[in-house]
Design a protein around this ligand. Sequence first.
Ligand SMILES: [Zn+2]
Length: 102
Amino acid sequence: MAPEREKIYEIEVKRRRVKTGGGYEPFWKVKDVATALSDNDTEFRCKDCFGEVKLLGKNSKAGAPPYVEHKRPADSEYCSNGMLFKKATDGREAKPSEHPVQ
Ligand SMILES: [Zn+2]
């Protein structure tokens, strides 16, 4: 049996918007991974812990949506949306990544 993989289909992408008074400011927007790819977004992070994520499944067979997983296992262990966190049975509390994407 293949090891279970983390699959997250909703992420945050970095966008820029016009700032009041001129210029641009970055902000994070929740999107599903497939939409982010078709919009050519390049900067992603986990929407729950703000940690780095790795894009996977982009070239998988038709019909299977692309997804991401946490780059750092430590994020998965403490992210409320992390596979390892959900499997933990010690009653731990979720916390943001120690290496958040800014
Ligand atoms: Zn996370």
